[in-house]
Design a protein around this ligand. Structure first.
Ligand SMILES: NC(=O)C1=CN([C@@H]2O[C@H](COP(=O)(O)OP(=O)(O)OC[C@H]3O[C@@H](n4cnc5c(N)ncnc54)[C@H](O)[C@@H]3O)[C@@H](O)[C@H]2O)C=CC1
Ligand SMILES: O=C(CO)COP(=O)(O)O
Length: 336
């Protein structure tokens, strides 16, 4: 049997556990839940109704409220909490991690203050070699996945054997992972698409048309590419599932929390009111300032990201965002 711990029993942690138990009969999953009621419901009724009221979970998926107990004995530890809380949680489990465990990030954010990608936060806080870390990212809206709607994804790891091992564990009839060794490109794609989805959500909220949204997505991908290349990522990764694929899914879907957050901001809610209204995390709102700061450090232009930051921080009205973006100096499309 393969024992997998999943830290985070929200939307994506629960859905990923379902992928793993659907993928292989010999996988046992232990979910860590913060609340006793959630853990009890998973253990006793095989349900996590707050996130997926109608989805039955496997009996091979159990839950605990003790994160160290979840990771003890697990050969794979998957982390699926909001990015800004990852470090504190890792500090709670570091001592219980098995010496050869592989740690997998499902998160799509950048740590505020340090500007570190999630794989870097995991390596640093757990004292692990980057060789033992993998990242899963792609057009993977959790609600569609628990309904077994087919999708593809990327498993990225510096060590191709680690990527292959995780891909093997999560290959299900409706989930097709591709491996990649470009961890930087995959993570940057996942982080920035959330910010672009907030911008597209603002367009939706303002009733702006499809040409505008397609322009934001395309130029959003251009600025994602610029940042990824500056950090050492590879262009083709951004044309792939963790870049364009996830950008299209998140920007176009009403299921996206980032898109929803953008719509609510356009309706005039403050970021705090948006967070209060939504029970799930919108990483783009939380990570936008850190991304803009990192881009500035590397002298990378990210005008859409900067506009989202300025709206979130109250320096720009949503209604003025279009004029700001349209009024910039003309440039060549080929210029990266
Ligand atoms: N939901 C989705 O469709 C997808 C989400 N992701 C990414 O996965 C990560 C997790 O997202 P979701 O599961 O969707 O979020 P969620 O909001 O549905 O669940 C987050 C989980 O973390 C726990 N949590 C919240 N605050 C915490 C804290 N301060 N400390 C420890 N635990 C805390 C919650 O109790 C919950 O179990 C995010 O980075 C997101 O961008 C990636 C792909 C798909
Ligand atoms: O990352 C996701 C899909 O791949 C989920 O997007 P949201 O967090 O915007 O819902």
């Amino acid at each position: 049997m393969t024992r997998v711990a999943i830290l985070g029993s929200g939307s994506w942690g629960t859905a990923f556990g379902k992928i793993l138990t659907d993928a292989r009969e010999d996988t046992l999953v232990t979910l860590w839940a913060r609340r006793e009621t959630v853990a009890a419901e998973i253990n006793e009724r095989h349900l996590n109704r707050e996130y997926f009221p109608d989805v039955e979970l496997s009996e091979r998926m159990t839950a605990t409220t003790d994160p160290a107990a979840a990771v003890r004995g697990a050969s794979v530890v998957v982390v699926a909490v909001p990015s800004q809380s990852a470090r504190a949680l890792m500090e709670r489990v570091a001592g219980a991690l098995e010496p050869d465990a592989i740690v997998v990030s499902l998160m799509k954010g950048l740590e505020r203050g340090t500007h570190l990608r999630m794989s870097q936060v995991l390596a640093e806080s757990l004292g692990l070699s980057p060789e033992r870390i993998a990242v899963v990212s792609g057009p993977n809206l959790a609600r569609e996945i628990v309904d077994r709607q087919p999708t593809a994804s990327v498993v990225a790891a510096a060590n191709p054997l680690v990527a292959a091992r995780i891909a093997e564990l999560c290959t299900a009839p409706y989930f097709r992972p591709y491996t990649n060794t470009d961890v930087v490109g995959v993570e940057v794609g996942g982080v920035v698409k959330n910010i672009i989805a907030v911008a597209v959500g603002m367009c939706d909220g303002l009733g702006v048309g499809d040409n505008s949204k397609a322009s934001i997505m395309t130029r959003g991908l251009a600025e994602t590419m610029r940042l990824a290349l500056a950090l050492g990522g590879l262009g083709p990764t951004l044309a792939g599932l963790a870049g364009m694929g996830d950008l299209v899914a998140t920007c176009s879907s009403r299921l996206s929390r980032n898109n929803t957050a953008g719509r609510l901001l356009a309706e005039g809610l403050t970021p705090d009111e948006v967070a209060e209204r939504m029970s799930q995390v919108a990483e783009g709102v939380k990570s936008a300032a850190a991304v803009a700061e990192l881009a500035a450090q590397y002298d990378v232009r990210m005008p859409i990201t900067q506009a989202v930051v300025d709206v979130v921080e109250g320096r720009l009205a949503v209604n003025d965002m279009g004029a700001r973006l349209m009024g910039r100096d003309l440039t060549s499309e080929g210029e990266l």
